[in-house]
Design a binder for this molecule. Structure first.
Ligand SMILES: [Mg+2]
Length: 428
């Protein structure tokens, strides 16, 4: 994905390096073949490169807090070598059954995205054309990651913090905030907010029945934030997992007069291996607030019950966990058939992931709400990637670009300088 020049094409065809994307005029005439699969941890994002025999490389990415993923990506290498990367579904058929619920679907997901990048470049078209073409010229994003430091955890603190997000330069039309068990600091700010003791461990470990005081505290924090936003900007809440069904219903009903955009992961969610569709259906049927889950799911199979049982109103799989952008497009179409909305998770998906979200979002059916806007972290990620608009987000939307593939390219020299010693050969 380096900037295309005729010189580097000659170099790559000669077999020296395959870091560049190709212009439409230079598309390969014959069948492409995968000759290598590489993975480097750039910053903290596992970044995948699929190398072909004809000078085209495709890139994909996994969430920034998964640096442990590299061996899992490379595990798939033997399955991919020799395959035609433009037959995306046939290649994925070889490996998709070897993935699993988050985080173990991320490696296959990153590979899927890299295959689409190659397929688009080989055809000389942006990936959204291969997914059915543009349904929209700009894609709405929601704010899940542009944050300002909290100075406390009372309702007043949340209101002050929300006022800053409201003024963010991206002009978001929809903001998501963590509450309940998704926000350990909020729950620990008052004594005895729930009946179990606070837990430590991986990703949102608390669970249990809320006390009256705990429930009132969470509701008061939301009311304070909502007062700041009014009806100008939507407020979505990431709430769990770990709440009981009855607490979830009580909370959802308290949110009804506030017109909250959605309530995410109240019962199950982040890293929960079973989505528990029956309990979500009970909750969904008991309230007029849109109920959301799905970021932990891998593959259409794990989404099937939630969709067919009308268990939720909004599904939020992450393309970097669910199996990629083609997979999520398929799930979105099936959800649309059941009048279920789509709001993909994406906060940690990095800038290659951002490009994948934009291509996928452009082609999504009418049930698409917005995707969660990923940030380049560390900040120098913005210095090693070309092709993103400037500014990226305008009034809460990103204009869809039309460059081949994912349409973003590495500034290879600058990117090389950020590689760890063990990844030095990533762009060679
Ligand atoms: Mg979430």
């Amino acid at each position: 994905m380096a900037k295309w020049t005729r010189r580097n094409f000659a170099r790559t065809v000669a077999g020296a390096a395959a870091a560049g994307s190709l212009s439409a005029q230079s598309r390969p005439a014959g069948k492409l073949k995968i000759v290598d699969l590489k993975c480097a941890i750039i910053g903290r994002n596992p970044t995948v490169r699929i190398v072909t025999d004809q000078g085209i490389s495709g890139y994909g990415q996994a969430e920034s807090y998964k640096p442990y993923l590299k061996p899992m990506v490379l595990f798939y290498k033997d399955y991919l070598l020799g395959e035609d990367p433009t037959d995306v579904n046939r290649v994925m058929l070889k490996i998709r059954r070897m993935g699993a619920a988050k985080p173990w679907g991320a490696a296959a997901s990153a590979i899927e995205i890299a295959l689409w990048d190659i397929a688009g470049q080989a055809a000389g078209v942006p990936v959204h054309k291969l997914l059915g073409g543009k349904m929209r010229d700009r894609v709405r994003v929601y704010n899940g990651g542009v944050r300002f430091p909290m100075t406390g955890h009372t309702p007043q603190h949340y209101a002050e913090n929300m006022a800053k997000m409201k003024e963010a330069k991206e002009g978001f039309t929809l903001i998501k905030q963590a509450v309940g068990f998704h926000n350990g600091a909020m729950m620990r700010a008052i004594p005895n907010a729930w009946y179990d003791e606070p837990r430590t461990g991986a990703s949102h470990p608390d669970k249990g029945m809320l006390t009256e005081r705990g429930m009132k505290h969470v509701i008061a924090c939301v009311e304070a934030m909502k007062k700041v936003l009014g009806d100008e900007i939507g407020l979505a809440l990431d709430c769990g997992p770990g709440h009981t069904v009855k607490d979830s219903i009580t909370f959802a009903r308290a949110m009804e007069p506030l017109h909250i955009a959605w309530l995410e992961d109240l019962i199950t969610g982040d890293y929960t291996i079973h989505p528990n569709a029956e309990q979500y259906r009970d909750l969904t049927q008991a309230t007029s607030v849109h109920i959301h889950t799905g970021e932990q799911l891998y593959g259409r199979e794990q989404c099937k019950d939630l969709i067919e049982k009308q268990a939720v109103d909004v599904l939020g799989p992450d393309p970097e966990d669910v199996g990629g952008i083609g997979e999520l497009k398929w799930i979105a179409e099936y959800a649309d058939l059941h009048n279920i909305q789509i709001a993909p998770h994406g906060i940690f998906d990095g800038l290659i992931g951002l490009a994948a979200h934009v291509q996928m979002g452009a082609a999504m059916p009418q049930n698409f709400i917005a995707f969660e806007y990923p940030l380049g972290q560390p900040e120098w990620w913005y210095d090693i990637v070309d092709g993103l608009p400037n500014p990226i987000v305008k009034r809460g939307f990103i204009d869809v670009w039309d460059k081949p593939g994912l349409g973003v390219t590495f500034r290879v020299q600058a990117a090389k300088a950020r590689l760890a010693a063990e990844d030095k050969g990533f762009f060679d």
